[in-house]
Design a protein. Structure first.
Length: 132
C-alpha cells in the first residue's frame, strides 16, 4: 500500500542517515564498518520502497498523510545510546523490521502484488545477510 511503502521508505532513509553518521563520527571505531554497510543497504531499500509507490496525483494526499509517522520518531529514539551500545540498539530495530516484513509478505496478494512481494523478498534477504 502507498501508506505502508511510504513509511518503510522513510524508516529506511532515517536509519541509513543515522547509521551513516555513526560510521564516520569516530565515537566507536569498532562498529564503523558495520554501520556503514547497514547504512548503504538501508539507503538502497528506501529507494526500492519509494519505487513501489505509485506516482499519481490521486494518491498525493495519501502519500502526504503517510509521511512523518510519529512511530518513526519512537523508533529513532531507541538509537539515542552511548557509542559502545550502538550495535545493541540497532539489532532489535532491524529484527522488528524483519518481523514486520514477514507479516507484510503474508498480506500481499500473490497475483496483484508481485512487484511489492519481490521488494519484500529482496529486503528480507539483504537483512538476513546483514553483518549484525
Amino acid at each position: 500500500s502507498v501508506h505502508e511503502f511510504t513509511q518503510l521508505a522513510e524508516l529506511c532513509d532515517a536509519l541509513a542517515m543515522h547509521l551513516s553518521g555513526w560510521s564516520t563520527d569516530g565515537a566507536d571505531p569498532a562498529s564503523s564498518g558495520t554501520m556503514s554497510s547497514l547504512s548503504a543497504r538501508l539507503s538502497e531499500h528506501a529507494g526500492w520502497w519509494r519505487d513501489s509507490i505509485p506516482e499519481s496525483v490521486l494518491l498525493e494526499e495519501i502519500r502526504h498523510e503517510a509521511s512523518g509517522s510519529p512511530r518513526l520518531s519512537d523508533v529513532l529514539a531507541n538509537l539515542d545510546v552511548n557509542p559502545t551500545d550502538r550495535t545493541a540498539a540497532v539489532v532489535p530495530i532491524l529484527d522488528g523490521l524483519v518481523a514486520h516484513l514477514l507479516g507484510l509478505a503474508k498480506r500481499l496478494s500473490l497475483i496483484g502484488d508481485g512487484p511489492a512481494r519481490r521488494v519484500v523478498r529482496l529486503v528480507l534477504a539483504d537483512l538476513e545477510d546483514r553483518p549484525i
